[in-house]
Design a protein around this ligand. Structure first.
Ligand code: ADP
Ligand code: MG
Length: 223
């Protein structure tokens, strides 16, 4: 097994308002291949900012990020990096309201190589795995919160990411659905050898995560 971490952050810094807000203040972090890391900390401590930088949704003010040893700063097409390697799950699902479940899951395949029949077969397999085989044509508004988040997880996995980034994925769910979503992410991570970085306040996560990374005021705090 390779010892190069799948992700590494070096003195990662993200400031807003000309430095008046220090969302991230010199983060050093390594995430191993296949690891499940849970990031915890008070609201405003920088958890979402860190996840967005790992997923290349945002650019740092200073510091460097590495994916399997390659600096993000030398990548020519970060959108392509995201499509190939990263899946996102958000607290509020972010499904497209005018598309059914199957079409929502297929959105990230638009513009990627491969035949649509292959993408569709993969989407069906994922939706079956996530218990949504009988919800394929349902619009998000007709689904429960748990079903919406499971559809969003299928969408996050459709391009076979290496890294699943989840920002409070159980934050909008009741405890039974939250537990199911955590179980599913944890099981799928093992089945597929995924690396997971999850921001969560969910006490149930400690049963699944390999490691908790506590944050405070834009820094990784002592555990
Ligand atoms: N786009 C932005 N513009 C200005 N300040 C921001 C922006 N995004 C986040 N922040 C600030 O950065 C800090 C960290 O935010 P965030 O990463 O969302 O924290 P968390 O996810 O831990 O609640 C907060 O003080 C927040 O208000
Ligand atoms: Mg947040």
């Amino acid at each position: 097994m390779s010892t190069t971490p799948i992700f590494r952050a070096e003195r990662l810094t993200l400031h807003f308002d000309a430095g008046r807000t220090r969302a991230l203040d010199g983060i050093d972090l390594e995430v191993a291949e296949g690891e499940f890391v849970a990031t915890v900390g008070a609201s405003g401590c920088g958890k979402s900012s860190l996840l967005n930088l790992i997923g290349a949704l945002d650019a740092p003010t200073a510091g460097e990020r590495y994916f399997r040893g390659q600096p993000y700063s030398v990548m020519l097409d970060l959108a392509d990096f995201r499509r190939r390697h990263v899946g996102f799950v958000f607290q509020s699902f972010h499904l497209i309201p005018t598309l059914g479940v199957l079409d929502n899951v297929l959105v990230p395949t638009i513009g990627t190589p491969g035949r649509s029949a292959v993408h569709r077969a993969r989407a069906l397999e994922l939706l079956e795995r996530l218990g949504l085989a009988d919800r394929l044509q349902h619009f998000p508004a007709t689904l429960s919160g748990g079903e919406r988040q499971r559809a969003a997880i299928a969408r996050a996995l459709i391009n076979k990411p290496d890294l699943l980034l989840a920002d409070e994925p159980t934050g909008s769910l009741d405890s039974a659905n939250a537990a199911q979503v955590l179980d599913l992410i944890s099981d799928i991570r093992r089945e597929r050898g995924l690396t997971v970085v999850m921001v969560t306040h969910d006490a149930g996560v400690s049963a699944h995560a390999d490691r908790l990374v506590p944050m405070r005021d834009g820094k990784v705090a002592a555990p």
